[in-house]
Design a protein around this ligand. Structure first.
Ligand SMILES: CCCCCCCC/C=C\CCCCCCC/C=C/C(=O)SCCNC(=O)CCNC(=O)[C@H](O)C(C)(C)COP(=O)(O)OP(=O)(O)OC[C@H]1O[C@@H](n2cnc3c(N)ncnc32)[C@H](O)[C@@H]1OP(=O)(O)O
Ligand SMILES: Cc1cc2nc3c(=O)[nH]c(=O)nc-3n(C[C@H](O)[C@H](O)[C@H](O)COP(=O)(O)OP(=O)(O)OC[C@H]3O[C@@H](n4cnc5c(N)ncnc54)[C@H](O)[C@@H]3O)c2cc1C
Length: 699
């Protein structure tokens, strides 16, 4: 179920697309729609030269008949929204790094209000609105409102509570946030110190709390606190609390609220008002506790419903799933910039003094860049699959089938961790791949890194989440002998006995081209690491103590399992029909690059568990090198396929037309420091210094 599902049903009578008021300026020729992106295979060796789109013969266009039937009709919406945002001056973002925090934040408010106005005026559908938010490309309070506040009420509220609160939230008559983290507790949700004490005398709760949430905008919050009734504790629950007056926005009595201050980087996540909140005996009505999991009666009695209490964590599962798809977007954006720039940039060259070499042609550049390109595609496919898994578990929960919840938790936690860590590292690698110019703000990469990197921490610290996966894996291993057959992403463990014995069949480099060989190597590695951890754990009398002691190894095992999921979902995708000449072949190459690069990076795991021999490892590396040469001719097409506008990329280095150097020069002059030839401060500081030196010299 998506965040804002149904919000339009409540207040917009009909859904009308943008129609013809947004032009699609692309011309003709053939390309292929790969889940909302194109792969226009180039015939010029991918060496697009500097120049306009028209001059390049427009390799990028899509014909309706090229649309792949099994992809959602996402491309057109995405394309239209990208253009809508790019052509609207209110959504300008090239000045963000120059703004003060106050200006930046006010500008975000302006953009959010303008986006909402456009959504209403154009009667955008939920999908269109969500794409618009994506292309506006600025963290804002609305993310938390739609992404966490609304889903928390939907997931944890009773029917009655949903009926009361959701219409207000859908119309943005109230704005909400998700206030769970405290100053002293984030990962440890059960350790929250905020309490909600039921007072049967007045039918109200009282709170004392300190959250991370929205500091300047939200009128309401879903606050997580430990429920206390009749002197007894009943675990952490969500409570809808009004924070500010709906008339003048002033905090309500007993509430102290504000922003927590500047965060990492300029611009970046500072458009968001992460906040501090203190409750001093704030009282709310009993029915503002979200009661789908547990009900508190008028007398203060707790009545447990039949849904598992883990559903209280359900909003986090939802958001973790969206974060995986977002990882693919952030990564593809960084890779698009680095790939285009690598084709433009030339260094060194032939001894005879001919043109210098495009840096993309250096094998070292390729071995750093192409695995990231492959990862961008891999994360897109695994993100699609995870969306399906999430929808599936949601439907099951509605039918009171809770059986797949542990797997959904493990998959969302593990893949959130894996993809965000890889993406944050990849953005930084892309910056380095762009040499000195990558460090310029106008490359777009520093801001992208700063805005992206907290994804490794929020919605669960990545290590803490991998430990959750490890817990799930150890449980699965411990049940292997009990007749309970592992299913879903752990189904391979049913073949544990075989996988513990198996020998990799690779004899020559091309043998690594068999998906079954790659899959088996990854399965064997994951099973062996999990079983080794389980064996070590069994030596501890106290399992919790053992878990703590072995946690670093457990994290490695969890990573191996999650990497297997990504590899297997990429391979599964390729088993589907993919029309378009050469498209499937390109994706296959990327799939092999993704897998073999992981194998190369984690060689220690594969060798120490005996899954492959040193000779086979060396053959894999040989093969990997040859694959880079196969990607090279289509590298530009493979990033053009993401269909990012120059506005969205926000990068001089990643410009579609490759016109990098003149634009870098132009950008430099826009810096406020260049407003005057002689800088402010010259008279006060520079001149006296120079004069002093002159005097000293004369002496
Ligand atoms: C109109 C316009 C439209 C626009 C649309 C816009 C849409 C925007 C969409 C999305 C944008 C989203 C933007 C997001 C921005 C992010 C901002 C950040 C927010 C936050 O960070 S919120 C705070 C997040 N906090 C955390 O993640 C805390 C991490 N900690 C935990 O999750 C848990 O405490 C824990 C899992 C680490 C440990 O919990 P606990 O101690 O209770 O658990 P255990 O004892 O280990 O396990 C008990 C048991 O429960 C199982 N379990 C744990 N968690 C879950 C879960 N989530 N689901 C299911 N099951 C769970 C666990 O496996 C154990 O099971 P067993 O007993 O072993 O079987
Ligand atoms: C930009 C941003 C936005 C946020 N937005 C929100 C929001 O909207 N609402 C909200 O409620 N919260 C929000 N948060 C808070 C966020 O969810 C928490 O910071 C996050 O869950 C991590 O918790 P923590 O800060 O307590 O980290 P800690 O748990 O203190 O982590 C510190 C270190 O300890 C390690 N560690 C912790 N526990 C263990 C363990 N059991 N075993 C091994 N190592 C461990 C971690 O790996 C990490 O290295 C936001 C945070 C950021 C950065």
């Amino acid at each position: 179920m998506s965040s804002a599902q149904g919000f339009l049903n409540d207040w917009v009578e009909s859904r009308v697309g943008l129609g013809s008021n947004i032009s699609n300026s692309r011309n003709t020729s053939v390309s292929y729609n790969i889940k909302g992106c194109w792969i226009p295979l180039t015939d010029n060796g991918g060496r697009r030269s500097l120049g306009s789109r028209e001059e390049q013969g427009s390799v990028r266009c899509r014909r309706d008949e090229d649309r792949l039937g099994w992809f959602p009709p996402h491309f057109d919406v995405s394309d239209r929204m990208a253009r809508l945002v790019a052509s609207d001056p209110v959504f300008r973002k090239d000045n963000r790094a120059m703004l003060s925090r106050k200006e930046l934040f006010k500008n975000t408010l302006r953009k959010a209000a303008h986006a909402w106005k456009r959504i209403i005026e154009l009667r955008l559908s939920e999908e269109e609105a969500s794409e618009m938010r994506f292309y506006v490309d600025e963290p804002a309070f609305t993310d938390l409102h739609w992404g966490m506040f609304v889903p928390a009420i939907k997931g944890q509220g009773t029917e009655e509570q949903q009926q009361k609160w959701l219409p207000l939230a859908y119309k943005m008559q109230i704005i909400g946030c998700y206030a769970q983290t405290e100053l002293g507790h984030g990962s440890n949700v059960q350790g929250l110190e905020t309490t909600a004490t039921f007072d049967p005398e007045s039918d109200e709760f009282s709170f004392i709390w300190w959250p991370g949430g929205l500091g300047k905008v939200s009128t309401h919050a879903v606050v997580y606190a430990r429920l206390i009734t009749e002197g007894q504790e009943h675990g952490v629950h969500g409570f809808i609390v009004q924070l500010r007056s709906l008339d003048d926005h002033m905090p309500l009595p007993g509430i102290t609220v504000g922003d927590i201050g500047m965060k990492f980087g300029t611009g970046a996540y500072n458009t968001m008002d992460n906040g501090v909140l203190r409750f001093d005996n704030v009282r709310i009505p009993r029915n503002q506790m979200l009661m789908r999991v547990m009900r508190v009666t008028r007398e203060g009695k707790c009545v447990q419903s039949n849904v598992p209490r883990q559903l209280i964590y359900g909003t986090m599962v939802y958001v973790r799933q969206t974060i995986v798809s977002d990882a693919s977007s952030a990564l593809s954006r960084a890779v698009c910039i680095a790939t285009r720039y690598s084709a433009v940039r030339r260094q060194f060259g032939p001894q005879d003094g001919g043109v210098e070499t495009q840096v993309i042609d250096y094998k070292t550049q390729q071995s750093r860049l192409f695995p990231l390109l492959a990862s961008a595609y891999a994360f897109r496919f695994v993100g699609e699959w995870l969306k399906w898994l999430y929808l599936d578990v949601t439907q099951r929960l509605q039918a009171n089938d809770f059986s797949t919840l542990p797997e959904a938790h493990a998959c969302t936690a593990g893949l959130k961790s894996l993809t965000t860590s890889a993406t944050a590292d990849a953005i930084e690698e892309c910056r380095k791949l762009c040499g000195g110019h990558g460090y310029l703000s106008s490359s777009g990469l520093p801001e992208l890194f700063a805005v992206y990197v907290p994804a490794c921490t929020y919605e669960g610290d990545n290590v803490v989440l991998l430990l959750q996966v490890a817990r799930f894996l150890m449980k699965t291993v411990s049940q292997l002998g009990s007749g309970k057959k592992p299913v879903g992403t752990t189904a391979y463990m049913a073949r544990a006995e075989d996988l513990l014995q198996s020998r990799c069949s690779v004899q020559k480099a091309e043998d690594w081209l068999k998906p079954s060989v790659i899959l088996e190597a990854f399965e064997a590695r994951a099973v062996r690491m999990c079983v080794a951890c389980a064996q070590s754990l069994s030596k501890f009398q106290n399992p919790e103590e053992g878990f703590l002691e072995l946690s670093a190894d457990l994290v490695e095992a969890a990573i191996a399992h999650c990497q297997l999921i990504v590899v297997s979902k990429f391979i599964e995708k390729l088993q589907q029909d993919i029309p378009g000449k050469g498209v499937k072949q390109q994706l296959q190459i990327l799939c092999y690059i993704y897998a073999l690069n992981l194998l190369h990076k984690h060689l220690g795991d594969f060798l120490s568990t005996g899954c492959i021999t040193p000779k086979q490892a060396s053959l894999a590396n040989d093969h990997l090198r040859s694959l880079y040469s196969k990607v090279r001719p289509n590298a530009i097409a493979l990033v053009d396929a993401f269909n990012y506008t120059d506005h969205f990329l926000g990068s001089v280095l990643g410009r579609y037309d490759g016109n990098v150097y003149p634009k870098l020069y132009e950008e430099a002059w826009k810096d406020p420091l260049n407003d005057s030839v002689v800088p402010d401060g010259y008279q006060e500081y520079i001149r006296p210094m120079l004069k002093q030196q002159l005097r000293n010299a004369r002496l």
